[in-house]
Design a protein. Structure first.
Length: 316
């Protein structure tokens, strides 16, 4: 990793930011000192996760929030996680269109990161990309994901604040409970509030949250928006600021960041240990001892133990 790349990032040079994220995405060897420098410079940015079902209006709302941030003199980075799912056919194209809108504006940097069906390491990579954007001086970094899979949830868990977007048509209790949305949300948005059922959904949600708040330190507020008409966006923006301030006052903000830091350390350890563990020999051993279901004569724990104890090598 060259010194010019890091200084380019710190000077908010778009090419350097882009290049660094590509290196991270492609798992290229990057020096520890690079990450150390990023770390020193990346604590100021607020990281906000935006998640919700496919087509809920996440991108439309993020765009609105970008404009509101800019109007309030805040620069913005966006990492849009494309889960390469059948739902998100239009997502990449849409993201390209909005990237073009800000092409000449270095207060905004938008990037899609694909998981290419392999969710391993996605949360780490998006965090590192977030570090790059934070170190480039962005005040706010949005992480936009479709709230479907575990990998996307892992991404959301790495943020300072999580916004869950729902739409009237997704509006039954089961939907809300599904995928642990209530657990991860700090703030809810009912988008497409021009549609029927929006009020019903928001009262239902508020009721559920009230019951849940016994277990949560802060009851998540609920906002109604019509993102494609820019309605409710300023209120949401103020609500986000307010929520962050409350979290800071209660010490929850720092607590969450500390947890996130610890989780990053353990995730890195897990990833490195696993990479080191799966040598060619160990992979061959697993394949050979599990050639077919009928060939398997012992419980998984027996194979795992042999692998861990290294006795697998002798028996190949
Ligand atoms: N009626 C209505 N349509 C909206 C609203 N907000 C967004 N849309 C439309 O809903 C569609 C999907 O919006 P997106 O912003 O692409 O949704 P998304 O959640 O990013 O979608 P994926 O990334 O594909 O999951 C677009 O056609 C938007 O114009 C709204 O408040 N009301
Ligand atoms: Mg989208």
């Amino acid at each position: 990793m060259s010194i010019s790349l890091i200084s380019g990032i710190l000077e908010n040079d778009t090419n350097s930011i882009s290049k660094a994220i590509t290196l991270i995405e492609n798992d290229k060897e990057i020096s520890d000192s690079f990450f150390n420098t990023l770390h020193e410079k990346s604590s100021k940015a607020i990281r906000i996760g935006i998640t919700g079902p496919p087509g809920a209006g996440k991108s439309t709302l993020t765009n609105e929030l970008i404009d509101t941030c800019l109007a309030n003199h805040l620069s913005v980075g966006v990492i849009a996680v494309d889960p390469t799912s059948p739902f998100s056919g239009g997502a990449l194209l849409g993201d390209r269109v909005r990237m073009n809108k800000y092409l000449w504006d270095n207060r905004v940097f938008i990037r899609s990161m694909g998981s290419h069906g392999d969710l391993g390491g996605l949360a780490r990579k998006t965090q590192e990309a977030g570090d790059v954007l934070a170190a480039s001086g962005k005040d706010i970094v949005f992480f936009e994901t479709v709230g479907v899979g575990q990998g996307e949830h892992d991404v959301i868990k790495t943020t300072d604040l999580t916004i869950v977007i729902l739409v009237p048509e997704s509006g039954d209790e089961i939907q809300l409970m599904k995928a642990g949305l209530i657990e991860i949300a700090d703030l809810f948005v009912i988008n497409k509030s021009d549609r029927e059922g929006a009020n019903r959904l928001s009262s239902l949600l508020k009721n559920i949250l009230h019951t849940f708040s016994v277990r949560k330190e802060i009851e998540p507020p609920v906002f109604n928006t019509i993102a494609n008409q820019s309605e409710g966006v300023v209120e949401l923006y103020l609500g986000i600021q307010n929520q962050i301030n409350t979290m800071k006052e209660m010490g929850l903000f720092d607590k969450r960041r500390l947890n996130r830091y610890r989780n990053r350390v353990s995730d890195l350890i897990r990833e490195r240990l696993e990479t080191k563990f799966w040598t060619k020999e160990n992979k061959i051993f697993l394949d050979q001892t599990t050639l077919s279901l009928t060939a398997i004569k012992s419980a998984p724990i027996m194979i795992a133990k042999q692998l861990l104890e290294g006795s697998s090598h002798e028996s190949i």
